[in-house]
Design a protein around this ligand. Structure first.
Ligand code: AHR
Length: 314
């Protein structure tokens, strides 16, 4: 080949080879049911952009079937890695076997999965949801001296965040004979459903047996419950204590205003650890721990205003 002809070929090869090095990651997200979830999606997108990762984002709208379709489509596109934030725990084995056959590593983020063999995924990056339930229950039992009639707003049925938070909370209150969950229903982790369920709890609760607290599996439903309590002519945060998990800015604002009482922070910054582990693995490091844990503290009205300021400016 003459030199003149060779130059464009060389340029094409150089461009093509640099494009081939951009890591492509498919991310199947639960949906956008809560402020926490939206922050989590934004954090992953921002982190991918910063690292020059080509992110294929799919919002499952809280439906596992959409997640399974998304994972299959990522496999068909030949991505380098897949991140799954699963809606529910069960039903993942077949599609993860397909990813395994295609030699695509899968990182599970946030909620857990139950699979026939844990070699079907590379690692899980998550908080200890049971511990969150324990922490918030301890706060509530300390605050009420263990005397409390509790209304529980559960998260999505079958989701680890609902199952484990409930288990941790229930284990603690089992030690307090005068603490009881008197009403419990799913609010599907959304503000609208949290409000609707709380309205029905308030309507059907006998006047001489008032609730002492709402225990909500996430901040978003708790904020819906706050509206329902106000509309029923009661004072959230005083007449009915409000406790939850997440630590989203809106909840800190409500806490600073006295409408909510406590929350356990759940970090939404899960993009960086996910991409760290994927990059390590793709670079040949096969020594990846099966669980990478994040933790969060209990926050109360005492520091809510300053914490809100910090979060609102992020
Ligand atoms: O799985 C984590 C939970 O999912 C968060 O607490 C909640 O806000 C979200 O919907």
């Amino acid at each position: 080949m003459k030199i003149k002809q060779f130059i464009p070929v060389l340029a094409f090869w150089a461009l093509g080879s640099s494009a081939a090095y951009a890591t492509t990651v498919g991310f199947s997200q639960v949906g956008s049911e809560s402020g926490w979830r939206t922050s989590f999606s934004e954090a992953v997108k921002a982190e991918a952009k910063e690292r020059g990762i080509d992110l294929k984002f799919s919002d499952a709208q809280q439906k596992q079937e959409n997640q399974i379709k998304a994972v299959r489509s990522f496999i068909a596109q030949g991505v380098d890695a897949i991140i799954v934030a699963p809606v529910v725990e069960t039903g993942w084995t077949p599609v993860l076997k397909e990813a395994k056959r295609a030699r695509i590593p899968v990182v599970i983020v946030d909620r857990n999965i139950k699979v026939s063999n844990d070699n079907l995924y590379l690692t899980r990056i998550a908080s200890d949801f049971r511990e969150e339930g324990v922490k918030i229950a301890n706060w509530l039992m300390d605050t009420t001296q263990g005397n409390c009639r509790i209304a529980e707003l559960q998260g999505t049925v079958g989701a680890t965040a609902a199952i484990d938070r409930a288990a941790g909370f229930n284990d603690v209150i089992a030690n307090y004979p005068n603490a009881t969950i008197v009403r419990s229903q799913t609010g599907e982790f959304t503000r609208a459903k949290g409000k609707e369920v709380m309205e029905s709890f308030l309507k059907s609760q006998p006047a001489d047996e008032p609730f002492c607290a709402v225990w909500s599996h996430n901040d978003e439903m708790a904020l819906g419950a706050v509206q329902a309590i106000k509309e029923a002519g009661l004072k959230p945060g005083i007449d009915i204590l409000v406790v939850a998990v997440d630590g989203v800015p809106d909840y800190f604002k409500a806490m600073a205003e006295g409408d909510t009482n406590a929350t356990v922070e759940l970090s939404p910054y899960l993009g960086a650890p996910s991409f760290d582990v994927i990059e390590k693995y793709l670079a040949g490091d096969k020594n990846i721990p099966k669980l990478i844990s994040t933790t969060g503290d209990v926050f109360t009205q005492a520091t809510a205003a300053e914490e809100y300021k910090k979060r609102a400016n992020r």
